[in-house]
Design a binder for this molecule. Structure first.
Ligand code: GLP
Length: 300
C-alpha cells in the first residue's frame, strides 16, 4: 500500500486526477478494450472530478472508451432526487465529460427486485472483464462504499442498512433532517472493491483521521472496512495534511520517504535516458518492471 500526502483537498484532487489520467492514457482504451473505472460519490472526490473535467476540456484525457461502475446508491430515493447518487454523478461529473451515458453503470435503488439488481451488477462487472481501477472515498467510521462497520470483508454487491452515524453524517445533504435520509442502500461489497486490479482512495479532512489511522496502522478489521485494503496488491491512499492528524509521526515520515525515493529513482532514470546511457527501450522495460513490482509490493 502507498500513502501519498498533499497539502490540501485541492492538491489531492489534482494528484488523483493526473494519476487516473495517466492510467487511462497508458491503457489506451478502445471500443473493443475499454478501461473499466469504479467511482464514488461524496464531497471528497469532487476536487478530483473537477480536475478530471479540466483534463478532458484540455483534450488530455477522454472517457469515450471508459466504462464506469459507481460504488453505491440509496434505496427508495427517486433517481431524479437532487441527492440521489445518480443525480450527483451526472451533476458533478458525467455531464461535463465525453462519456457515452450507455457506458455509465449505477445501481438502481428503486429496482423491483433489489437482490436481482445487485447480482446483475456483479455479473455486469465480470462481463466487461472486471474493474481496472476503483476510486473510492471513506466515511468517518472507515466504511468504504456503504460497507459499514461489521460488513463481511468477503461481501459482494448487496443491500445494506446504514449505520446511524452515516445517516447523521449524510443528513447535511437532506436539510439536516435525519428522517429524510434513506436508511438503506445498495453497495458494492468489500470483495468487489478488492477484486479490482487497482484501488485508489481519497481521504481528506480531520474528521476522517481516526479512520485512516485505524485502517493503515492497525490490523485488518471488519470494524474499519477500509483496512481490508491491506490485503490488496496494488492500493494507493491519497490524503491531505488534515487527515493525517491521528497518524504516528513515524508513519507519516515513512510514507513520505517512500515517495521521495520513488521520485529520485524516476528522475535518475529520466536523466540517464536523456544522456543516452540508458536506452529508451531498456528504461521503459525497467519502468514497467518497477511498475509490476509496485503492483506486488505492499510497502511501495
Ligand atoms: N456511501 C458514501 C461513501 O462512498 C463516501 O465515501 C462517504 C464519504 O462522503 P464524504 O466524502 O462526503 O465525506 O459518503 C457516503 O457514505
Amino acid at each position: 500500500m502507498r500513502l501519498i500526502i498533499r497539502d490540501d483537498a485541492l492538491a489531492v484532487g489534482d494528484y488523483i486526477a493526473n494519476y487516473i489520467s495517466k492510467r487511462i492514457n497508458e491503457f489506451a482504451p478502445t471500443p473493443e478494450r475499454p478501461f473499466v473505472l469504479g467511482l464514488p460519490t461524496g464531497s471528497s472526490p469532487i476536487p478530483t472530478y473537477k480536475a478530471l473535467i479540466k483534463l478532458v476540456q484540455a483534450e488530455k484525457l477522454s472517457f469515450k472508451n471508459v466504462i464506469t461502475f459507481n460504488m453505491d446508491e440509496y434505496v427508495g430515493l427517486p433517481r431524479d432526487h437532487s441527492e440521489s447518487y445518480h443525480t450527483f454523478m451526472f451533476r458533478e461529473f458525467f455531464s461535463h465529460v465525453d462519456i457515452p451515458p450507455s457506458q455509465v453503470n449505477i445501481l438502481d435503488g428503486n429496482a423491483e427486485d433489489l437482490i436481482a439488481e445487485c447480482n446483475a451488477y456483479e455479473a455486469r462487472i465480470k462481463a466487461v472483464g472486471g474493474i481496472e481501477l476503483f476510486l473510492g472515498g471513506i466515511g468517518e467510521d472507515g466504511h468504504i462504499a456503504f460497507n459499514e462497520p461489521g460488513s463481511s470483508l468477503a461481501s459482494r454487491t448487496r443491500i445494506k442498512t446504514l449505520a446511524f452515524e452515516t445517516i447523521l453524517a449524510n443528513a447535511r445533504f437532506f436539510e439536516n433532517d435525519i428522517s429524510k435520509v434513506p436508511h438503506m442502500a445498495l453497495t458494492v461489497g468489500v470483495a468487489t472493491v478488492l477484486d479490482s486490479r487497482e484501488v485508489v482512495i481519497v481521504v481528506t479532512g480531520q474528521r476522517k483521521s481516526l479512520a485512516l489511522s485505524k485502517a493503515i496502522e492497525e490490523g485488518v478489521n471488519h470494524l474499519w472496512t477500509l483496512s481490508a485494503l491491506q490485503m490488496h496488491p496494488w492500493a494507493l491512499i491519497v490524503v491531505d495534511e488534515d487527515a493525517t492528524a491521528e497518524l504516528h509521526v513515524k508513519t507519516v515520515k515513512y510514507f513520505r520517504s517512500i515517495e521521495r525515493v520513488q521520485d529520485e529513482v524516476e528522475r535518475t532514470q529520466a536523466e540517464l535516458k536523456a544522456r543516452g546511457i540508458l536506452k529508451a527501450g531498456a528504461a521503459d522495460q525497467q519502468n514497467s518492471r518497477m511498475c509490476t513490482n509496485n503492483k506486488n509490493d505492499r510497502t511501495s
